[in-house]
Design a protein. Structure first.
Ligand SMILES: [Zn+2]
Length: 241
């Protein structure tokens, strides 16, 4: 006799159902009676309960975080639209209508007090990346720091355009390699602090570097999501190999 348990061990499935509260009263009584005399099954029950709490907690936190980011984009776009000059308003309205709370690329920007190096964070923004955007860009994976300038670049994949964001102190330069026929990419800075208004700028074509460029200077101290509009490269998605 390996152990001195009188009743047979419940099946794994039954213990799982017990932990999830899916058993009827008489089944619960039977399982509890067994666990009273069986350390193996009562330990297993504790492990299952602990694991499911961790999973539930994790899901709630990450879901809440993702939802918060999406809301920030949706509200920020709406606010940007109401503040923007007429020329940009229709583009923002189009962005909102077609892509709602998602963006073509994003990076988090932290501008600290003057004299301190600003920071780019390229992770944790997956929830707001447009799944349909053929501009998978700002995963912006590799980040490098050269002196006071930090650069985040989009990975180069096939024929897809390449983009970069460089921050030096309180100014950023966004470069998007594409063609001048495209509509200019919009760059929006969504502040975390709701007292601050979003900053919007359309990139301008630079013949010199054969790319779209935007320069935003004098960014107030704060925590931002720098986002690119999803639409400019839409037509190219079908050519993606
Ligand atoms: Zn047992």
């Amino acid at each position: 006799m390996a152990d001195e348990v009188l009743s047979p061990h419940p099946a794994w499935r039954e213990i799982d159902d017990y932990c999830a509260g899916r058993l009827l009263a008489f089944e619960v009584a039977s399982v509890e009676e067994h666990m009273f005399e069986c350390k193996r099954c009562s330990d297993l029950t504790k492990q299952i309960r602990f694991a499911s709490q961790v999973v539930d907690g994790w899901t709630a936190v990450s879901h809440g975080y993702a939802h918060g980011l999406q809301r920030r984009i949706a509200e920020g776009l709406s606010r940007a639209e109401s503040l923007a000059p007429a020329l940009l308003r229709s583009r923002l309205s189009d962005w909102r209508a077609r892509w709602s709370d998602t963006v073509g690329g994003a990076v988090r920007l932290i501008v600290r007090t003057p004299g301190k190096t600003s920071e780019l964070v390229t992770s944790g923004l997956e929830a707001i990346l447009s799944p349909a955007a053929p501009f998978p860009v700002f995963e912006l994976v590799p980040t490098r720091t050269r002196g006071e300038t930090t650069v985040a670049e989009s990975p180069v994949k096939g024929i897809l355009p390449k983009a970069s964001i460089a921050v030096t102190g309180n100014r950023i330069v966004v470069v998007v390699r594409s063609t001048p026929e495209e509509s200019p990419p919009l760059i929006v800075l969504f502040p975390q602090n709701s007292d601050q208004a979003p900053l919007v700028q359309a990139a301008e074509w630079s013949n010199e570097s054969a790319s779209w460029k935007a320069r935003i200077t004098g960014i107030p101290t704060g925590d931002y999501i720098v986002a690119l509009s999803p639409s400019p490269f839409e037509d190219k998605s079908t050519q993606d190999v």
